[in-house]
Design a protein around this ligand. Structure first.
Ligand SMILES: *Cc1c(COP(=O)(O)O)cnc(C)c1O
Length: 463
């Protein structure tokens, strides 16, 4: 399998190089040259398969040439062995139609672990035989940072510089990052929003002064390997609910469009998906884009769901690439226009390609809180605010009552204790995994939200 850029001019790369590279040199994102298909029989054959066996079947076509089955099994066994649940990502029933897929049983209690635990191991394996030192520069609205730091702390040949928006991540999220004192981990609080932090990271990838001095790599969901790892749980959940003979809908709390794009990939691979419900908070650019074609940025409004407080969703470009008929050069023109004016209208003929599969909803703080209370009253489940946004969207999507809807539960409620307590009156218990978090020493530096400041910091410290 080789990978091509959504902007049509960067060289095609194999899986190993795509994993280490992150962003393409033309500013685009890498996608597989073709979407591999699993037949209905192959999907039916996943019934009863473990998470690791499912992962091997789903990821095999994406890694051919780089990893054989034995290597893939070894990496997945290590990565998912660190999860605190035998099912890795268990399904929990809420009522006759609604299910949760709990993706938060990994080391940092958010779904980012599913992809990043594997990515950390892929980095180590691919770097072992290379004379390369990687400088990972990432921006996080909270959960990516801690999951990447957990996956990469102490690994040889990698330094991690993680930017988070100062004061805009929860105290648990911040401490999960800043209390990891490994010498290869650098936490930077940027005086700005997540979008500022992400723009700085993007600018560094395009900045010759940086790229001529260090080998940069990405752990944000612009990294293809992350999305690939997330495709697995769509198959795993759908098969448990009757796929391929029965269609399933998924409601996905969405920020950077990575998680829901993985659902799109599952659908392209042949998984019968009724609908992918894109759930946004009041930062609703994706809802506007999918419902009316209005892809224009406003200002970011801070909410109780910080991992969704975003205006520019990087991975949306991957969907636009397919909707454009995979015309990379045309898309490059569109994206350059968007980057200048911060707005574009998605043509109707492109949108039509998305309408059969995608639905979307904008969920405000009241809708979020009432969905959280419903899950608690109805099923005795305490949900985190992001998951609650997904559930609220699931409940108003108008999906036929015989189609199961799986809401992706993207974080453990204990990561957002204050918001959960405000909505339900119940304060989630701290899981043992987070024990001592508030007693440990924190280490981070605060920088202005400029390319110059961050670049100087990174170049001074990376090996
Ligand atoms: C990252 C994150 C999201 C958003 O996922 P994307 O892949 O960026 O769309 C939603 N909820 C939680 C808890 C997250 O950590």
């Amino acid at each position: 399998m080789d990978y091509i850029s959504t902007r049509g001019s960067a060289p095609a790369l194999g899986f190993e190089d795509v994993t280490l590279a992150g962003l393409a040199s033309d500013g685009g994102l890498y996608v597989p040259r073709v979407w591999p298909m699993l037949s209905a029989d192959e999907i039916a054959g996943l019934a009863g398969a473990s998470y690791v066996e499912t992962a091997i079947t789903v990821m095999r076509p994406f890694v051919v040439g780089a990893l054989d089955d034995a290597a893939l099994r070894d990496l997945c066994t290590q990565a998912y062995g660190r999860f605190n649940h035998d099912a890795v990502t268990p399904l929990v029933q809420l009522d006759s139609q609604n299910w949760l897929l709990e993706l938060f049983h990994g080391p940092t209690l958010a779904f980012k672990d599913v992809a990043l635990q594997l990515l950390g191991l892929l980095f180590e394996r691919f770097l072992t035989n290379r004379d390369t030192h990687l400088t990972v520069v990432g921006a996080t609205s909270g959960d990516t940072g801690s999951a990447a730091i957990d996956a990469l702390a102490g690994r040889a040949k990698v330094d991690v510089f993680m930017l988070h928006p100062a004061g805009r991540v929860s105290d648990v999220q911040r401490r999960q990052m800043t209390t990891v004192l490994s010498p290869n981990i650098y936490n930077i609080a940027v005086e700005g929003s997540f979008d500022h932090a992400q723009a700085i990271v993007k600018a560094m990838f395009a900045d010759p002064e940086t790229t001529s001095r260090v080998t940069m790599s990405a752990v944000n969901s612009i990294n293809w390997a992350r999305l690939m790892a997330q495709v697995v749980y769509y198959f795993y959940a759908a098969v448990r609910l009757g796929a391929p003979d029965r269609k399933v809908a998924f409601a996905v709390p969405t920020g950077n469009f990575g998680d829901v794009f993985a659902g799109y990939v599952a659908s392209r691979m042949g998984l019968p998906i009724e609908r992918l419900i894109v759930a946004t908070n009041v930062n609703d650019i994706l809802h506007r884009a999918l419902s009316t074609g209005d892809y224009s940025c406003g200002l970011v409004t801070p909410t109780a769901t910080p991992s969704m407080d975003i205006q520019v969703s990087s991975n949306f470009e991957r969907l636009l690439f397919d909707l454009s008929g995979r015309d990379g050069l045309a898309l490059a023109g569109m994206m350059r226009g968007f980057e200048q004016s911060k707005a574009m209208t998605i043509p109707e003929n492109m949108l039509n390609g998305a309408r059969g599969l995608f639905a979307s909803a904008r969920i405000d703080g009241d809708d979020m809180a009432s969905a959280m209370r419903w899950a608690h009253d109805r099923a005795g489940q305490l949900l985190d605010p992001h998951t609650s946004v997904g559930l609220a969207a699931a409940r108003k999507a108008g999906i036929a009552s015989d189609v199961p809807i799986v809401t992706l539960a993207t974080a453990h409620p204990a990561k957002f204790r204050d918001a959960v307590e405000r909505a339900t009156g119940f304060r989630p218990a701290m899981p043992a995994r987070l024990g001592g978090l508030f007693d440990r020493e924190e280490r981070f530096d605060t920088l202005p939200a400029t390319l110059e400041a961050v670049r100087a910091y990174v170049l001074e410290r990376s090996k």
